[in-house]
Design a protein around this ligand. Structure first.
Ligand SMILES: Nc1ncnc2c1ncn2[C@@H]1O[C@H](COP(=O)(O)OP(=O)(O)OP(=O)(O)O)[C@@H](O)[C@H]1O
Length: 205
């Protein structure tokens, strides 16, 4: 099958079983540039779908066809403990190195200021609050310049100011023509009402 240039990932009858249970079943969608919402209630498989899109898991059924050499940013919270002793500045430097070809230094500098992260960069990650860690992950996601950026319930634990910054970031992401962003959440965040989505994948309640 040919893959149109604007298409990043195509899912055909995608399914993922957990033991005997079909957690995800029969999903068909295409990911396009802009912002796609993966919506679902508790335990409906949002994180699992992001792991499939990131290539960390293989589907049990169907297939995911991806554009060749698709760069992807995904910070899986389940792996967070591994980074605990690392200084925030070193963690960020490693992200910068990993996405050297597309890193946006201007975005990094703007978000360090907007998310008030400067005071935290010289601390080990274990000293950062959950909210500050999440802000650091958001900064790296935005600055990575990755063709595909996956965000798992990114509003959780954010303060009001950071929520406004994230709303702005995702509103801009929705207008992107070269990057695709996937936001997994329980519902469309209130601050994104009226934003034109590239797509929506509904996993039910
Ligand atoms: N590999 C696995 N082994 C066992 N259980 C799993 C596995 N993957 C997912 N699950 C279970 O499947 C359910 C859905 O997982 P997932 O975290 O993908 O959903 P979610 O929509 O992100 O959930 P939540 O909204 O609660 O964060 C959870 O109950 C999880 O424990």
């Amino acid at each position: 099958m040919s893959t149109p240039a604007s298409l990043l990932i195509q899912a055909e009858q995608l399914g993922f079983d957990v033991g005997a249970r079909a957690l995800l079943a029969g999903l068909c969608f295409t990911l396009q540039p802009g912002l796609t919402l993966v919506r679902g209630g508790d335990g409906r498989g949002k994180t699992t779908l992001l792991r499939l899109l990131a290539g960390q898991l293989a589907p049990t059924h169907g297939r995911l066809q991806r554009r060749a050499e698709l760069s992807c940013f995904f910070f899986d919270e389940a792996t967070a403990a591994r980074h605990d002793a690392v200084m925030a500045r070193a963690w960020l430097a490693a992200q910068r190195e990993g996405f050297a070809a597309s890193w946006q230094a201007g975005t990094e500098a703007a978000l360090v200021a907007a998310l008030q992260l400067a005071e935290h960069l010289d601390k080990p990650l274990y000293m950062l609050s959950t909210g500050s860690r999440r802000k650091l992950h958001l900064l790296a996601a935005a600055a990575s310049g990755a063709a595909l950026t996956l965000l798992d319930t990114p509003y959780a634990a954010l303060d009001g100011r950071s929520i406004r910054v994230l709303n702005e970031l995702l509103s801009e992401a929705a207008a992107e023509r070269s990057r695709a962003w996937v936001l997994a959440d329980y519902a469309l965040p209130a601050g994104l009402a009226g934003v034109a989505l590239a797509g929506q994948i509904d996993l039910g309640d």
